[in-house]
Ligand binder design. Sequence first.
Ligand code: PAY
Ligand code: ZN
Length: 290
Amino acid sequence: MRKLVSQYSNLATLVSEFGNSYEGRAIHAIKISSNPGQNKKTFFFNCGIHAREWITPATCMYIINKMLSGYGQDSSIKAMVDKLDWVIMPVFNVDGYVYTHTGNRMWRKTRSRNSGTNCIGTDPNRNWNYHWAGVGTSSNPCRDTYHGPSPFSEVEVWSVARYLYKNRRSLIGYMDIHAYSQLWMTPWGYKKTLPKDYTELKRVSDIAVGALYNAGYGTSYRVGPSSVIIYENSGATKDWAYGVLGVRYAFALELRDQGRYGFMLPANQITPTGIETFAAIKAMGAALRI
Ligand code: PAY
Ligand code: ZN
């Protein structure tokens, strides 16, 4: 990330205000902005909120690299960067991500201690202060969907929430990128009722998954509220962004595959996943009504 920022210093800056994780690692995002000072709307992405979903940090890095290296060469990339500022965080759950390399490849949660048990970690996608501890969460710290002792108990979640809250007036979009299942998901997670702007969210999502399908690999995605197309879950990122901040375009993605390899997606699918996901994001960017 530092290398990209110094190579493309006209377009990119490192956002360092997220501070450190529970175990003391720095959390970073890259802000891509072609005309700083113009007060454009911002679209925020995070990858790697769940540690074992390795294809997601790789895909965020692919997207950053493509936006920066393509800006001067490809008019459609220039258009997406000129339309909006993009803030992209490749690894949200940095401690968990390291632990999947050093301890347990299937780790999902943060690495914070819980009082009264040896079980470690909270699900950072159940820890947000909107319908916290509701359906699809666990109060057992030994479970993968443990919602934590209180909303925003996880320093990583609190720090991203604070950044989003601070920037809420300029925030037009929020996206939380997961794997796997090939889904383009809208609110709500906590209930099966359609959100008020569902027609608009669905219009943009259909354009994006169409571009993804046509990017060369024929990968098909389903579109819909996460409560309907995967399962009900509460205290998740996109519900908070949509329900509390009022971010107009709030999505969560599940990248490849559909379960054949699952979290252990082979390395030869990294670039194809980057190519098709970037095609989807670019089409989404063009379709947004801002
Ligand atoms: O925000 O609705 C959402 C995402 C739902 C995901 C979750 O947080 O549980 C779905 C799972 C994920 O990517 O974490 C799906 C994967 C395959 C899993 O671990 O079950
Ligand atoms: Zn996930």
